[in-house]
Write a protein that binds this ligand. Structure first.
Ligand code: GLU
Length: 414
């Protein structure tokens, strides 16, 4: 999991991009880079290792411009190295791309483009997107149309942000199975994998859905579905406390989050059991009595720490409801051809709401007619949006990779 950021406005993009990347550092990364359009051409700078390496390079070779994209990489194809870092550009620097995810059919595309004379410099899957964009654009298609042609060709998972040298006023971003948000400012707009990266600048965001494309300019954001039809999104107002997304004086996020546990427990109890011990507020769960009565099998499906919260759920539900509950690791569940029908309830548990195997398990269950209840932390995440019912655990942003307060909150949710 890595991060992408983008900025378009009147301020200098490099410092805004670097600041955004710093906020995404928790996602884990092995290299980083930015590409900035200066009105005439796209300049790029990238470096293996920590962001300080990139910052140092940037200090030695400053680049300027008010439009740009940035990336922190968690390598999937090709070792962490300067050359494999993102952004990736087409041969004559017409196109620059940052990508979170995996292009599964990149080998076929690479072979095809190589036979047409395209030269690849990196080992990444992502570079195919840059050259494919270049290819379609040079056939006379617009920047906008070329993006759709690329999306129709590539398979896999992506959040993409793309610059074109001929269009200094536009960033085009697209998403499939990787998170992407657009931050809305005044005379400036932002692209990001996650909200903390843009929270210093705006609290108004669009949560881009799968198979959607956002055309982001300084004064406008237009979102389209994969058929190029405009789609409307309501503005999502982020009500997190800015400090909650940062370290709050603690040495690192994990110790901060461990110390937050008593407050989380208190917050959950006062939200879910406001008045008395007899009433529990299950806002987000719309299962009616008749829905519950027909359920004869329950799965609790999750990965890692969330799976252990799921095990607690299994014991509790079986004890109280006397219905068999099967706790499964999502990566096993999705491949084992599970027994699911319309009398099945699938409970998925995920802190981020983006856990790929858990999301896939949810989709399999829905396809087979099951009801899906998600227990998640991240509001507006893919799992939260695709599930029938959502029970938010209310743990606040969990930045540390080792789960602490989110686990506690998941157990409380159970
Ligand atoms: N698959 C791409 C690469 O290896 C992107 C990985 C990521 O999401 O950071 O470069």
């Amino acid at each position: 999991m890595c991060g992408i950021v983008g900025y378009i406005g009147s301020k200098q993009a490099p410092s805004i991009l670097m600041d955004g990347l710093t906020k995404l550092e928790y996602r884990g990364y092995d290299s980083a880079g930015i590409a900035v359009h200066n009105g005439t051409k796209i300049n790029m700078i990238k470096s293996r290792g920590k962001l300080v390496n990139l910052a140092k390079k940037l200090e030695e070779n400053p680049i300027e411009g008010t439009v740009g994209i940035g990336h922190t990489r968690w390598a999937t194809h090709g070792a962490p190295s300067d050359i494999n870092s993102h952004p990736h550009m087409s041969g004559d620097r017409l196109i620059a791309v940052v990508h979170n995810g995996i292009i599964e059919n990149y080998m076929d595309i690479k072979e095809d483009l190589s036979s047409k004379g395209y030269k690849f410099v990196s080992d990444t899957d992502t570079e195919t997107v840059a050259h494919l964009m270049d290819y379609y654009y040079k056939q006379g298609n617009s920047f906008f149309d070329s993006v759709f042609m690329v999306l129709n060709k590539i398979e896999g998972a992506y959040a993409l942000a793309i610059l074109c040298r001929d269009h200094p006023d536009t960033i085009i971003a697209a998403r499939k199975n990787c998170p992407l948000v657009i931050g809305l400012g005044k005379g400036e707009n932002f692209v990001s994998s996650d909200i903390p990266a843009i929270l210093h600048h705006t609290r108004d965001v669009y949560l881009v859905d799968n198979d959607e494309v956002a055309v982001v300019k300084k004064d406008s954001v237009d979102i389209y579905n994969i058929n190029k039809e405009p789609v409307h999104h309501d503005i999502f107002k982020v009500n997190w406390d800015i400090d909650a997304a940062e370290k709050d004086g603690y040495e690192h996020f994990m110790i901060k989050e461990i110390n937050e546990q008593p407050k989380i427990v208190q917050d959950i109890l006062s939200k879910r059991m406001p008045d008395s011990k007899d009433f529990i507020d299950l806002e987000g769960i719309n299962l009616k009595k008749e829905d519950l009565e027909k359920i004869n099998r329950i799965y609790v499906v999750a990965c890692g720490t969330a799976y252990h919260a799921g095990l607690m759920g299994k014991y509790l539900i079986e004890k109280l409801a006397r219905i068999p509950v099967f706790a499964d690791v999502a990566s096993e569940f999705r491949y084992k051809d599970p027994i699911i029908d319309e009398n099945t309830l699938l409970i998925v548990v995920s802190q981020s709401g983006e856990t790929a195997d858990t999301l896939e398990a949810l989709r399999i269950a829905k396809k087979n007619g099951a009801r899906v209840l998600a227990i998640v932390n991240t509001v507006g995440s893919s799992i939260a949006r695709e599930a029938d019912d959502v029970f938010y655990i209310l743990a606040g942003p969990e930045i540390s990779v080792a789960s602490t307060k989110a686990f506690t909150a998941q157990v409380m949710a159970m």
